[in-house]
Design a binder for this molecule. Structure first.
Ligand code: GLV
Ligand code: MN
Ligand code: MN
Length: 412
C-alpha cells in the first residue's frame, strides 16, 4: 500500500464550504432531505466528482454513486458512503463528514494518479436522517431490499408531501434500479455522536455493529372543548395522555439502563390553541438497545403503559410500530482493515458499538461493510453545536483511505 496522505486543509475547507448550504444562525446546518438545499448540495457534489473524472449515477431512490475506475473492471467497486441530509437542527459533520471525507480520499487518489485494483465509489444515500420522511436510512434500506421502492415513494412528510414527488421535483429520481449495483465492500466514516472516544483520548473507533432501533407513532384522541367552561371531570384532554406516556417512555428506557435509551422526539398537539382543550395529539417514540429480546420487553411495557394510561382519562389511541432496525454486526475482515489503517496513520483505535442508526447497518445485508468513528466534542450531535476538530476530520479521512487501500490490496 502506497503512503498516500489526504489534505486536511482541503477537507476542512470543503466541509465549511458546503456547511453554507442550509447554514443556521447557530453554526449548524438545516438541510432536510429532498428540499431545494438538498438539490443544491447534490449538484455541487456531482460537479466535484465529475471534475475528478468520476462517472456519477443516480438510482431510483436518489442515491448517488460517483465511480473512479480501477485496474480490474471485473471487481465490484469498494464504496465509501454516508449522507448529505441533516436534522432540522443538524450539525456540520453528521453524515457530511462521511461523504466529504470520501471525496477527499478520492481527490487524493486522483492527484497521485494512484490506480486501485477495484473501482472506488463514493455514495450519498438519500434520507438517512428520517427527520423529514420516516423511517430513517430509506435509500440504503431500498438498496438492501428491506423496503420496496414504492414504499419509499409513498412516505409522506408532516405536510403530506411524498418522498417520490419530492425526489422527482428536485430532479434526482434516477434511472438505475436500487440495489442492482454490487460492492466488494463499503466503509462509512462518521462522527461517533457519543462521548466515548473523547473521554478515552482515542482518535478512531473501529465500529463492531449498530444497536437495534424501533420507532412507533401514537395518535391520542380526546375531545376539543372550551378551557373555560368544561368542568375538569368532563374533560378528554389528549395532551394529558401524551404527557403521561412521555414519562413512561423515559421510565421504560431507564429500567433497562445503561444500554437502553428511549425518547418522544416529535409531538403535535391539535388544535394547539391556548383556550381549547387538546382534542388530538400525535407523538413519536424511539427505543434503542443492542439486544432484540430487550427491545421486545420494552415494547411490551410500552403497550401495557398505553393501555393503563388512556382509559381512565377517557381517551382512545392508535399505536403503530413504523420501523424496526435489528441489531447489526459488521464484517471482521473490514474491521481489521480499519484497525490496520488507523495504526498506519499513527492513531489509537478502540472497538465500539454505534448508538446511532447508519446506512451501513442496511448495506451490511448485501455487502461486507463496516464503519470508522472519530470523536465529537462532548458527544453532542443532532444539535447545531456538534463539533469535530480539523485534526479529527483529517484523521477520519486518512483512516478511511488507508482502510480502503488495505482492502483493495487484498483484492489484487
Ligand atoms: C439517525 O441519525 C439516527 O440514529 O436516528
Ligand atoms: Mn448520520
Ligand atoms: Mn443523524
Amino acid at each position: 500500500m502506497q503512503n498516500l496522505q489526504i489534505d486536511g486543509q482541503r477537507l476542512w475547507d470543503t466541509l465549511m464550504h458546503t456547511a453554507q448550504i442550509g447554514a443556521t444562525p447557530k453554526g449548524g446546518i438545516c438541510r432536510l432531505t429532498l428540499t431545494d438545499l438538498d438539490r443544491q448540495v447534490r449538484d455541487w457534489f456531482k460537479a466535484q466528482c465529475e471534475a475528478l473524472g468520476c462517472a456519477v449515477a443516480v438510482d431510483e431512490v436518489g442515491a448517488m454513486f460517483a465511480r473512479r475506475p480501477g485496474k480490474n473492471p471485473n471487481l465490484a467497486p469498494i464504496a465509501m458512503g454516508s449522507h448529505l441530509d441533516t436534522q432540522p437542527t443538524g450539525g456540520r459533520f453528521d453524515g457530511v463528514l462521511g461523504v466529504l471525507g470520501a471525496l477527499e480520499a478520492m481527490r487524493t487518489l486522483h492527484e497521485a494518479g494512484y490506480e486501485t485494483n477495484a473501482p472506488i465509489e463514493i455514495v450519498n444515500w438519500t434520507n438517512e436522517e428520517g427527520a423529514r420522511f420516516a423511517p430513517a436510512m430509506l435509500a440504503s434500506g431500498v438498496f438492501a431490499g428491506v423496503f420496496s421502492r414504492d414504499y419509499a415513494y409513498a412516505r409522506a412528510d408532516r405536510d403530506g408531501k411524498t418522498f417520490g414527488a419530492e425526489l422527482a421535483r428536485i430532479g434526482y429520481k434516477g434511472a438505475d434500479k436500487a440495489g442492482a449495483r454490487q460492492f466488494s465492500a463499503m466503509f462509512e466514516l462518521h462522527i461517533e455522536q457519543g462521548p466515548i472516544l473523547e473521554a478515552e483520548g482515542r482518535m478512531i473507533g473501529a465500529v463492531q455493529g449498530v444497536q437495534g432501533i424501533r420507532w412507533y407513532e401514537v395518535i391520542v384522541a380526546g375531545e376539543a372543548a372550551h378551557t373555560g367552561t368544561t368542568p375538569m371531570a368532563l374533560r378528554k384532554n389528549a395532551l394529558i395522555g401524551a404527557a403521561r406516556m412521555i414519562e413512561r417512555v423515559d421510565a421504560i428506557a431507564r429500567e433497562h439502563a445503561p444500554d437502553a435509551v428511549g425518547a418522544v422526539g416529535l409531538i403535535e398537539n391539535k388544535p394547539n390553541s391556548r383556550n381549547v382543550i387538546p382534542g388530538e395529539v400525535f407523538f413519536s417514540v424511539d427505543f434503542r438497545h443492542p439486544t432484540e429480546s430487550v427491545l421486545d420487553a420494552m415494547e411490551a411495557k410500552f403497550r401495557t403503559a398505553l393501555a393503563d394510561v388512556m382509559p381512565p382519562l377517557q381517551l382512545t389511541y392508535t399505536e403503530t410500530r413504523i420501523w424496526q432496525s435489528p441489531p447489526v454486526k459488521f464484517v471482521p475482515e473490514l474491521i481489521e482493515c480499519v484497525r490496520i489503517g488507523a495504526e498506519k496513520a499513527g492513531f489509537k483505535s478502540r472497538d465500539m458499538i454505534s448508538g446511532a442508526g447508519h446506512d451501513a447497518a442496511y448495506i451490511v445485508r448485501v455487502a461486507p461493510t463496516t464503519m470508522i468513528f472519530v470523536p465529537c466534542a462532548g458527544g453532542i450531535s443532532h444539535n447545531e453545536a456538534e463539533s469535530t476538530s480539523f485534526d479529527e476530520c483529517a484523521a477520519g479521512a486518512q483512516v478511511l483511505l488507508n482502510a480502503v487501500l488495505e482492502f483493495d490490496r487484498r483484492l489484487g
